[in-house]
Design a binder for this molecule. Structure first.
Ligand code: TMP
Length: 206
């Protein structure tokens, strides 16, 4: 496991539901491809056939927060083995819409799973694999809730209330504060074109 030498780069996108991160994926892919880089765009939970099946369960079935954490890491193990590692090993850039910071934010920060338990799973499943760059799309909680209200049918995470989203946002900001070199925080509470400029700036650093 994880024996292949990594020569590509691993970029992740994070933020609360409705922060708008997924909108900017095509821009990021174009910026990197313009530099002659192969980009593998993927997501969590998901990214593999098994992972997408687990995603359907995770987003719609109610379960204990630790069960949720274990399933997230089960999907992640498959994702790393069959998508992320092979891509990085051949020098591609992997762009993942969410990764382990989401587990720390949602399952630990918002749902109370012990950080030590997630750290154990992280070491087991990832070994030394960590994102090289994480774009954190940050919006105030009221904005996220307002955007969600006008969105499609919400999944179970999107149906949570303000207290959940406050904890979630704080957990993400705490993660970013602890690792400022890896995180690029984007103020996503502005027009898409303004956010795009910030995204371009972050991507120019890698
Ligand atoms: P998405 O809608 O941004 O694709 O993310 C799916 C949902 O899964 C989102 O509400 C966040 C949640 N999630 C977790 O709770 N923990 C995790 O580790 C991951 C990757 C996602």
């Amino acid at each position: 496991m994880i024996s292949t030498k990594k020569s590509g780069k691993f970029i992740t996108l994070e933020g609360m539901d409705s922060a708008g991160k997924s909108t900017h994926i095509p821009t990021i892919i174009s910026l990197l491809e313009a530099r002659g880089i192969e980009v593998v765009s993927t997501r969590e939970p998901g990214g593999t056939k098994l992972g997408e099946s687990l995603r359907a369960l995770l987003l719609h079935e109610s379960m204990h927060p630790e069960t949720e954490t274990l399933l997230m890491f089960a999907a992640r193990r498959e994702h790393i083995a069959s998508v992320i590692e092979p891509a990085l090993a051949r020098g591609a850039y992997v762009l993942s819409d969410r990764f382990t910071d989401a587990t720390y934010a949602y399952q630990c920060g918002a749902k109370g799973v012990l950080i030590t338990k997630v750290e154990t799973l992280e070491t087991w499943v990832q070994d030394s694999l960590q994102p090289d760059l994480t774009l954190l799309f940050d919006v105030p909680v009221e904005v996220s809730i307002k955007r969600l209200a006008s969105a499609r049918e919400p999944d179970k995470f999107e149906r949570e209330g303000a207290v959940f989203f406050e904890k979630l946002r704080q957990a993400y900001l705490d993660r970013a504060e602890k690792d400022p070199k890896r995180f690029c925080i984007i103020d996503a509470n502005q027009a898409i074109d303004e956010v795009k400029i910030l995204v371009e700036k972050c991507i120019s650093t890698i």
